[in-house]
Design a protein around this ligand. Structure first.
Ligand code: RIB
Length: 314
């Protein structure tokens, strides 16, 4: 099996569940508190691992009590910490999350040790990894390791996927030549100025994003599913794929689930329409459960929903 390298953040999430969000200056009663594994990078790595990928996570945590939560989670998950550095000076990344009755969330992240992930770390990990299948990144670290990851993917001739979340203005050199950019509708609007509400506006945004040098664009649209525009057979193909119908409990990490599973599917060499469906099932299953990393489904669950919803058998 080919390896999937994920370069990115590891956080400990402190999530409160509440019937509704408080307004500024208001106090409301919540229903429960959950402390669990999060961070966009790590969520994507765990989604990729559970959906069948052989994953190498490259990141950085502290040596504080929160780091114990990360170590325990990785060990229980059976995931290697070989490329997760430990900073003696910075604290493990944390996120404070509110989830309201509809499953929608609000998140504040303290990046901490995630800021210390470096290009040197990416290169050192790459030197030990043969048979790479894809490289997946986000923006909860600095740009340096993300650019190093892009260069590594190009050198190995494997897909480089960039999930531009949380959104930051990106250097032109990072966007140019990126194989897959995977913003949600808000991030797409910030990047190209098009308000994305439907297929037509998603297509307009994708065209503008492609003009920045990105090869393939995939815009996640929440309940509307995902819009994809990709190069194939000398032309551009597009699809708006509705998601499987599920009841959302907690949407935290849904985008991460999609990115992790989509990357595994690309590394396995699945055609894009099948990869989209595989990832869409992973994301839909994740919103039916509480937590970020904890909500990621197993490959067997994804395959069952894939067959039920889209009639696809892998
Ligand atoms: O995408 C969800 C994640 O965003 C949470 O797990 C939180 O840690 C933040 O990184």
């Amino acid at each position: 099996m080919k390896k999937v390298m994920v370069v990115g953040s590891l956080n400990v999430d402190m999530t409160v569940y509440t019937p509704r969000f408080p307004v500024a200056g208001e106090t409301v009663f919540g229903t429960s508190l959950r402390i669990g594994m999060g961070g966009k990078g790590s969520n994507q790595a765990i989604a990729a691992h559970r959906s069948g990928g052989d994953v190498c996570m490259v990141g950085c945590i502290g040596t504080d009590a929160m780091a114990d939560v990360v170590r325990r989670h990785y060990d229980a998950e059976g995931m290697s910490r070989e490329f997760v550095a430990e900073s003696a000076t910075a604290e493990t990344g944390t996120a404070l999350i509110e989830v309201e009755g509809s499953g929608q969330n609000r998140i504040v992240v303290i990046t901490g040790a995630n800021d210390e992930v470096s290009a040197v770390q990416v290169e050192a990990a790459a030197a030990k990894i043969e048979n790479m299948g894809a490289v997946l990144t986000q923006l909860e670290t600095g740009f340096e390791p993300v650019i190093a990851a892009k260069e590594l993917a190009a050198a190995r001739g494997v897909p480089f996927i960039l999930n531009p979340a949380p959104y930051k203005d990106m250097p032109a050199e990072l966007l140019a030549g990126t194989d897959w950019l995977t913003p949600n509708e808000t991030e797409a609007a910030r990047l190209c100025g098009v308000t994305v509400t439907d297929r037509a506006t998603a297509a307009e945004a994708a065209e503008k994003i492609r003009a920045l040098g990105v090869k393939n664009v995939l815009i996640t649209l929440g309940k509307q599913g995902v819009y994809a525009s990709w190069l194939q057979d000398g032309g551009v193909k597009e699809e708006l794929l509705p998601p499987p119908a599920v009841k959302a409990v907690d949407t935290t990490g849904a985008g991460d689930a999609f990115n992790g599973a989509f990357t595994v599917a690309l590394a396995e060499g699945l055609p894009v329409p099948q990869a989209l469906r595989f990832a869409s099932c992973c994301a839909s299953l994740s919103v039916t459960r509480a937590g970020a990393a904890d909500s990621m489904p197993a490959r067997s669950e994804i395959l069952t929903l894939l067959k039920e919803t889209y009639g696809v058998e892998l």
